[in-house]
Design a protein around this ligand. Structure first.
Ligand code: BTN
Length: 319
C-alpha cells in the first residue's frame, strides 16, 4: 500500500493501467488497494474518467536519507515506519534489539499515540511529526535532571527557526503559540535511573495539520502559523541535531546551564497561575524554574518549588 501511496504522493493524475504496471498487479487490484488506502489511512483520492487517480492533497512522506542529511548526528540509527501504535512504544521495544543508540523512530501515523497524564495524542497520517529517540544512560541521575525541559527548549528553538516566531514554552514542557498547543513532549524511563537505564524522548509536533475535530484542546500547527507546508523530514533532522547539542551540554554542565535560556522562552513568567495536582489546586505567581527544572511559584508571599509528571498548570483567568 505504501508503494502505491508513494506513486501518488505528487498529487498528479496517474492512470490505473500505469499504476498496475509499476506495481506488477492488475487494474482491479490497484482499485482494491486504493480503497484500502482510503479506509485505513484516511487519505482522499479523486478518480476522473480518462485521467486516472490522484490524491486530493500532495503528500511528502518520511525519507530516512533526507532525515539524515538534514542534521541527524552521524552514528544515530533512524527508523521510519508507515504505521505504529506509538513511536515511544516502538523505541522502547528497540532496547531488546542490537540497534546502535541513540535511535530515532518516526512514523507516518500512530494508532495509539500517547500524551501526558494518560491522554491520547491524535496522530493523523503523514501530517505531523511523531518522533521518539531512545537513549541509554549509564549511572547518572544528573543526566535526567531537567531533561524534559531541555527537550522543550530544543523543540522551541527549531520551531522558531522554521518560522513560528511566537512559539514558546509552558512549564514543564508544552510548546504553545498564545494559548494554543503546537507540540508536546513525553519522556518515558525504563530501568534503574541510579544505574543503567533507557530514556525514550517522545516529541509530537503539529506540522501540516489544518483540521482535527478529535483534538480536545486548543491547538495550532506550523502550517497554520506560517501559511506554508513544512517538510517533516527536515524538521526531524534539525530536531535530532539540536537535541544532540543540548544533551552534550547537559551532560557536561548540568541543567543549570539552561535555566536562564529556558526562562526567557517561558510564556508564563510572572503570570498568575493555578497548579493542579489531582483534586488539589495551588494558586500562585510564576517566578521561574530552579536548577533542577522544578517550577518556582510565589504562594501567599512565600517561594515554593514544585515538580512531578502529574502536575498541570493553568492561567488563573482560564480556570
Ligand atoms: C503531551 O501530552 O503533551 C505529550 C505528547 C507527546 C506525543 C508524542 S508523538 C511521538 C511520541 N509517541 C507517543 O506515543 N507520544 C509521543
Amino acid at each position: 500500500m505504501l508503494t502505491l501511496l508513494k506513486l501518488l504522493a505528487d498529487g498528479e493524475f496517474h492512470s490505473g493501467e500505469v499504476l498496475g504496471e509499476e506495481l506488477g498487479i492488475s487494474r482491479s487490484a490497484v482499485w482494491k488497494q486504493l480503497q484500502q488506502m482510503v479506509a485505513e489511512l484516511g487519505v482522499e483520492v479523486h478518480k476522473v474518467r480518462g485521467r486516472g487517480y490522484r490524491l486530493a492533497n500532495a503528500l511528502s512522506l518520511h525519507d530516512v536519507a533526507v532525515i539524515q542529511a538534514a542534521g541527524t548526528p552521524p552514528g544515530w540509527s533512524v527508523v521510519a515506519l508507515e504505521s505504529v501504535d506509538s513511536t515511544n512504544a516502538e523505541a522502547a521495544r528497540l532496547i531488546a534489539s542490537d540497534i546502535a543508540l541513540p535511535a530515532l523512530v518516526v512514523a507516518e501515523r500512530q494508532t495509539a499515540g500517547r500524551g501526558r497524564r494518560g491522554r491520547q495524542w491524535i496522530s493523523p497520517f503523514a501530517e505531523n511529526l511523531y518522533f521518539s529517540v531512545l537513549l541509554r544512560i549509564e549511572g547518572g541521575m544528573r543526566q535526567l535532571e531537567g531533561l524534559s525541559l531541555l527537550v522543550g527548549l530544543a523543540v522551541v528553538e527549531v520551531l522558531r527557526e522554521t518560522g513560528v516566531a511566537a512559539a514558546g514554552l509552558k512549564w514543564p514542557n508544552d510548546i504553545l503559540v498564545g494559548r494554543r498547543k503546537l507540540a508536546g513532549i513525553l519522556l518515558e524511563l525504563m530501568g534503574d535511573p541510579a544505574d543503567v537505564c533507557h530514556v525514550v524522548i517522545g516529541v509530537g509536533i503539529n506540522v501540516n495539520m489544518q483540521q482535527a475535530a478529535e483534538v480536545d484542546q486548543a491547538w495550532t500547527s506550523v502550517r497554520l502559523e506560517t501559511g506554508r507546508l513544512s517538510d517533516r523530514n527536515v524538521l526531524a533532522g534539525r530536531l535530532a541535531e539540536r537535541l544532540q547539542m543540548h544533551l552534550a551540554r547537559h551532560q557536561r554542565d548540568g541543567f543549570s546551564a539552561f535555566q536562564d535560556e529556558w526562562e526567557r522562552n517561558h510564556l508564563w513568567q510572572g503570570r498568575e497561575v493555578s497548579l493542579l495536582s489531582g483534586v488539589e489546586r495551588i494558586e500562585g505567581v510564576v517566578l521561574g524554574i530552579d536548577a533542577l527544572g522544578a517550577l518556582r511559584l510565589e504562594v501567599n508571599g512565600v517561594e515554593k518549588s514544585f515538580s512531578g509528571g502529574e502536575l498541570s498548570l493553568r492561567l488563573r483567568d482560564d480556570s
